[in-house]
Design a protein around this ligand. Structure first.
Ligand code: PRP
Ligand code: URA
Length: 209
């Protein structure tokens, strides 16, 4: 059974509070989302395997650990997921980046795919799907489904705020995918917005309305 991990580190919680605040402007919002993604990468990569290699320090020969196993691909769900990519790349600079374009139909709240471009070797990589908001779960569940259809087996979902409804939907459809989030909020309102949430993440990141 997949797990849901809430990253409750004080730095993460502090920065999350700042992006929730309606008075936080676009520049700060962007910087904070970037920093949050970087901090959360620390936890998302905790189970990466390591192996010992032989090196020589200026003092003596030594056995030391390096990351072994698969390389990483980051897949942001457009648009808002884009805001999390650079933060992850600062810690995993050689990761490849694929893109899935989905928007939520405002009437049905169902995800509509408009773009998909993935690295050729993505099946051989550990994939981190990123999107700041997990609301009804429709977008994330669809994105995971598209990636599974393309043969990808190893996936994690990183978001900043999740609604209980979204977690349920993702895990009912994909019980093998772990979810990492900075918060689980109370509920969704009648427009499918997370309460209290932070509003529309894409609009706040890109200054659109
Ligand atoms: C937002 C958000 C998620 C989706 C979450 O994107 O970034 O992708 O909604 O909602 P769900 O869990 O109910 O599917 P939106 O569709 O507003 O598009 P945008 O990123 O282009 O703003
Ligand atoms: N998408 C957002 O950007 N915010 C929400 O609260 C729900 C979906």
């Amino acid at each position: 059974m997949a797990k849901v991990q809430v990253f409750d580190h004080p730095l993460v919680q502090h920065k999350l509070t700042m992006i929730r605040d309606e008075n936080t402007g676009v520049k700060s919002f962007r910087e904070l989302v970037d920093e949050l993604a970087m901090l959360m990468t620390y936890e998302v990569t905790r189970d990466f395997p390591t192996e010992e290699v032989d090196i020589t320090t200026p003092v003596a020969p030594a056995k030391a650990k390096v990351i072994a196993g698969k390389k990483v691909a980051i897949v942001p769900i457009l648009r808002a997921g884009l805001g999390m990519v650079n933060g992850i790349l600062r810690l995993i600079p050689a990761a490849k980046v694929g893109h899935i374009g989905l928007y939520r139909d405002p009437e049905t709240l169902l995800p509509v795919e408009y773009y998909c471009k993935l690295p050729n070797d993505i099946q051989e990589r550990d994939v981190i799907i990123v999107d700041p908001m997990l609301a009804t779960g429709g977008s994330a569940a669809a994105a995971i489904g598209f990636l599974k259809d393309r043969g990808i087996k190893s996936m994690k979902l990183m978001c900043l705020i999740a609604a209980p409804e979204g977690i349920r939907v993702v895990h009912q459809a994909h019980e093998d995918v772990d979810i990492f989030t900075a918060a689980i909020d109370d509920h969704l309102n009648e427009h499918g917005y997370i309460v209290p949430g932070l509003g529309d993440a894409g609009d706040r990141l890109f200054g659109t309305k």
